[in-house]
Design a protein around this ligand. Structure first.
Ligand code: SAH
Length: 249
């Protein structure tokens, strides 16, 4: 992530914590288990994308992003052979990588609700960085915030080899959104809240869309800021996300 194209981002956002350590080798990119299962071939991802397309309602740009991002590089070598099945899988610290169908659905809903490519997106809950990478293919700029330091660092390592200059990772409590990058065309949460934290709606531009798992039982809900500061909302589908928590660990 050292491309000069990154220069349009502020060198350091308030609230972000720079990682002072040197770049770790992208060890998973070279994991023999992943190579041994043929996961580096485009054909495995093509089959996954065909299954996603068959679900219906997916945007071509979202499917192209799913084709482009090698999900197996975000998993432990032992789990990599399952990377292109439609599973949520453990990434450590009690968290999971989202299912491909959920990532594709969220990207599609955002593209449809906004009528095209969002200029700027905030993701709450980076986890291993997979969805952030997918979003970076469908949006102009992506900010992604994570509260667990070890996962923030894992995501940094996973993403380094992919060189996505429009993606910025932050360590912080996403309950407050990320004021430094606001306003956003879209805020997308990968963690479920009881009700949407006010900052997520406040940091949307007029017409912008929040997509988040909400309530108990969970529903994937979309919210749009409309004229007069009013909010319209609709339910996308049932959801099963990890809970939104507070504070840094
Ligand atoms: N985006 C990931 C999914 C990660 S799971 C993917 O690509 O698959 C959801 C993540 O939300 C977890 O890593 C969890 O630690 C994080 N999270 C939960 N509460 C949070 C908060 N308040 N701020 C930031 N991240 C949070």
């Amino acid at each position: 992530m050292t491309s000069p194209r990154r220069a349009h981002f502020p060198a350091r956002l308030p609230g972000s914590v720079p990682d002072p350590r040197p770049a770790a080798a992208p060890e998973r990119a070279q994991a023999p288990a992943a190579r041994g299962h043929g996961l580096d071939s485009d054909a495995v991802r093509t089959r996954m994308v065909e299954r996603l397309r068959a679900l219906g309602g997916m945007e071509p740009a979202a499917l192209a992003a799913m084709q482009a991002v090698p999900r197996h590089l975000f998993l432990e070598p032992a789990l990599a052979p399952q990377a292109y099945l439609d599973n949520a899988l453990p990434i450590g610290h009690g968290q999971t990588i989202s299912k491909p169908s959920v990532v594709a659905r969220c990207a599609s809903v955002l593209l449809q609700a906004l009528g095209g490519r969002p200029a700027r997106v905030l993701e709450i809950g980076t986890g291993c960085g997979y969805q952030a990478a997918v979003l970076s293919h469908v949006a102009g700029e992506v900010y992604s915030i994570e509260r667990i330091r070890a996962l923030h660092e894992l995501a940094r390592r996973n993403l380094r080899a992919l060189r996505l200059p429009n993606l910025r990772l932050l360590l912080g409590d996403g309950n407050d959104g990320l004021a430094a990058g606001a306003p956003y065309d879209a805020v997308l949460s990968a963690a479920a809240a009881e009700t949407p934290p006010p900052a997520w709606l406040a940091q949307l531009r007029p017409g912008g869309v929040l997509l988040a798992p909400i309530g108990q039982p969970q529903r994937l809900m979309a919210y749009r800021r409309i004229a007069g500061g009013r909010i319209e909302s609709w339910c996308v589908e049932d959801a099963h996300f990890v809970p939104l928590k507070s504070g840094l660990v």
